[in-house]
Design a protein around this ligand. Structure first.
Ligand code: URA
Length: 246
C-alpha cells in the first residue's frame, strides 16, 4: 500500500492532502531497528500497512484497518455529530478518527448507541458498521451496567419492581432489569440488555424514584478502566474486543 494511501485510510485528509504532507517532509516513519522516527518524502513508497507507526506533524499514529475505541464520556456532552446545546463527544477525539474515510456517506467513527448529555461513562465508537450494529442491536442483548444515584432512598419494593418489569409510558411491553443491586441508600447498579430511549431514567421514574446521576461502567465484560479520565479515549485491544462479546 502506498504511504499516501495509508495516511488517507487513517483519516489524515484526502489522498492529495496526504501526498502533500509527505512531500513537504511532515511525515516520519518509525524504524523499529533504530527505534527512531525518520522523515519519508516518498508519497508512493510501498509498505505493508499492518503495524506501521508514523508521525504526522505532532500526531503519532499506529495503522489500524478498523477503528474501535472507547471514550470516557464526561457530563455536559452530546453524542450527536450536530449537538443542539452541549459540545459533541466527537470533539474529544483526534481529527483522524473523525475524518476516517468510510463507504457510507458519514465519515469517521460513529458512537455505538447514545448516552444522555448528563450521563457519564463508557461509550464505544467505531467505523465498523457491522460491529456497531452487533453491539447496539436490541436482539443481541449485550448487557450494560449502569451506576445510578437516586433522589429518594432506594427501597426493596423498587428493586423488586425493576427486576419484575415496569411499563414505560408509550410502550406496552414491560422492560425489566437483568440485574439490580442496591449499592447505598441512594444508589444502585442496574444491568440492562436493551437500549430504549432514556431507559434508566424512565424505569426509575416508573417505580417512583428519580435519577440524579447516571454512569455507565461496563458493556458486556468490558469495564471502563479506572485510569481513563473523563474526556479521555483509548483504542480497544484484542482483549477488550473479546470482553465485549464473551
Ligand atoms: N438510560 C438513560 O436514561 N440515559 C442514558 O444515558 C442511558 C441509559
Amino acid at each position: 500500500m502506498q504511504l499516501q494511501d495509508i495516511l488517507y485510510s487513517q483519516g489524515f485528509g484526502t489522498r492529495r492532502v496526504c501526498a502533500g504532507l509527505i512531500q513537504r517532509g511532515l511525515v516520519q516513519l518509525f524504524d523499529s531497528e533504530t527505534g527512531i522516527f525518520q522523515v519519508c518524502m516518498n508519497s508512493v513508497m510501498d509498505l505493508k500497512p499492518e503495524g506501521i507507526k508514523f508521525r504526522v506533524l505532532e500526531e503519532t499514529w499506529v495503522y489500524q484497518s478498523r477503528a474501535y475505541v472507547m471514550l470516557h464520556k464526561p457530563s455536559g456532552t452530546e453524542c450527536s455529530q450536530k449537538p443542539s446545546t452541549y459540545p459533541s463527544v466527537y470533539t474529544l477525539l483526534p481529527m483522524p478518527l473523525r475524518q476516517r474515510p468510510c463507504k457510507s456517506a458519514i465519515q469517521g467513527v460513529q458512537a455505538v448507541g447514545r448516552l444522555d448529555q448528563d450521563t457519564t461513562g463508557l461509550l464505544l465508537l467505531s467505523d465498523d458498521g457491522q460491529f456497531i450494529h452487533r453491539m447496539s442491536s436490541p436482539k443481541k442483548h449485550v448487557p450494560k451496567l449502569y451506576e445510578v444515584g437516586t433522589k429518594h432512598p432506594v427501597s426493596s419494593v423498587q428493586i423488586d419492581r425493576l427486576l419484575e418489569g415496569v411499563v414505560l409510558d408509550d410502550d406496552p411491553i414491560a422492560v425489566k432489569a437483568a440485574a439490580c443491586v442496591q449499592t447505598s441508600d441512594h444508589g444502585l447498579s442496574l444491568t440492562l440488555t436493551e437500549g430504549k430511549y432514556h431507559q434508566v431514567k424512565r424505569m426509575l421514574a416508573a417505580v417512583g424514584n428519580r435519577v440524579e446521576t447516571l454512569h455507565r461502567s461496563r458493556i458486556g465484560n468490558l469495564a471502563l478502566p479506572i485510569g481513563l479520565a473523563p474526556g479521555q479515549w483509548k483504542w480497544l485491544d484484542d482483549d477488550d474486543l473479546a470482553a465485549l462479546t464473551s
